[in-house]
Design a protein around this ligand. Structure first.
Ligand SMILES: Nc1ncnc2c1ncn2[C@@H]1O[C@H](COP(=O)(O)OP(=O)(O)OP(=O)(O)O)[C@@H](O)[C@H]1O
Ligand SMILES: [Mg+2]
Length: 350
């Protein structure tokens, strides 16, 4: 695992420490020995397929899971969320924006009225809270003519942005966002991400983004990849991609009538120690390999010799999406091998 604990050579203030976190519900262990640190001001992306444990880890950090369900050393702004006496202080240091369907806003009230209510929970003065809210609403492009209309009249994306502004109203050190782009249409998704980056730059807020949206990798400083409650990777997008064969150079082929049989032929391309293959479309297939430049022409020749009809070919550098797919695929293959070995040894014993 590439676990880059400190992202730059600067000595930075660590705002979240997690060492050997394990979470269980009843007999079921959900999170297995997860460790990572986060520096002040970083944007961290939590990526993983559904059920990987992303929300569970964030719920531990945000005091939402009782200490009886977890073990490990966890500090959020230097305070242990396992201890109830720290909850009020931690909650004043953080903001939490839940998934769209769980937004806990007052839909009959206006965005500004919502701000007033939440700000009063932090003992903020109304005037100060409204001034901050108006600035945040502007940064987040929430149309001014909606600020005084009931929230229920706003679109899903606008409600989500109001929720983000409210999450930031008390100027928290850390903002946790669960699925910030879910429910936001494709054309606006990047806008939401760039608003977050803008806020991070302007306010210096550390951010955790839990997301299925691979585009979010464009704004994060480091990405955590989770699967089945295990942290597989925790590093910058560029470090992850350059760890791929030939630093992530990709050959994309369009092959007539592509099927499993043809894919298996390509996988047998000889003399390359490290070759990764992935089907990315009905007739499209990608190959990453060591000594890319040297091996590419040989691979094309090999495919032609095997009678594969190439309709198109292009080359590119892998994006985070591809890294993620390959890393999950690698893990699945490893598990399949272990299962097969176990089954074989059980058969031998039998
Ligand atoms: N309170 C709970 N009791 C029992 N099991 C739970 C509880 N909370 C979560 N789980 C289980 O833990 C696993 C991880 O759930 P979690 O919500 O953290 O996943 P996730 O990565 O956030 O998924 P998604 O992308 O779907 O939101 C799931 O199998 C879920 O069913
Ligand atoms: Mg979740």
């Amino acid at each position: 695992m590439r676990c880059n604990l400190i992202s730059t050579t600067d000595v930075k203030e660590i705002v979240v420490n997690v060492e050997n976190l394990e979470v269980s519900f009843g007999e079921k262990k959900i999170i297995h020995k997860v460790s990572f640190n986060v520096n002040r001001g970083e944007i961290i992306g939590f990526f993983g397929i559904s059920g990987a444990g992303k929300t569970t880890i964030i719920r531990v950090l945000t005091c939402q899971i009782s200490q009886k369900n977890w073990t490990g050393y966890v500090k959020v702004t230097n305070l242990n969320p396992g201890s109830k006496k720290n909850h009020a202080k931690i909650l004043s240091n953080i903001g939490y924006v839940p998934q769209l369907e769980e937004l806990n806003l007052y839909y009959d009230l206006t965005p500004l009225k919502n701000v007033e209510i939440f700000a009063s929970c932090y003992n903020m003065k109304k005037k100060e809270a409204l001034a901050i809210a108006k600035e945040l609403f502007s940064i987040l492009d929430i149309p001014e003519d909606t600020w005084n209309k009931p929230l229920k009249k706003m679109s899903g994306g606008e409600k989500k942005r109001v929720s983000m502004a409210i999450g930031l109203i008390h100027k928290p050190d850390i903002l946790f966002l669960d699925e910030p782009t879910t429910g936001v249409d494709a054309a606006k998704r990047y806008d939401v991400l760039s608003y977050l980056k803008k806020l991070n730059r302007r306010l210096g807020t550390t951010m955790f983004l839990i997301t299925h949206d691979m585009e979010a990798a464009l704004i994060v400083d480091r990405a955590a990849i989770l699967r089945d409650g295990k942290l597989l990777e925790f590093d910058s997008n560029s470090n992850l991609i350059t760890s791929l064969p030939s630093k992530g150079l990709v050959a994309r082929f369009s092959i007539e009538n592509l099927n499993e049989e043809k894919i298996n032929i390509i996988k047998q391309f000889p003399n390359v120690s490290n070759i990764k293959t992935i089907r990315v479309g009905n007739e499209t297939f990608e190959v990453l390999m060591d000594d890319f430049e040297k091996n590419l022409s040989k691979l094309i020749q090999f495919m032609m010799e095997k009678g594969l009809k190439l309709n198109a070919m292009s080359r590119d550098v892998a994006a985070f999406r591809r890294y993620f797919q390959l890393r999950i695929q690698e893990e699945e293959e490893k598990e399949r091998r272990i299962r097969m070995q176990q089954e074989t040894s059980e058969e031998v014993q039998f």
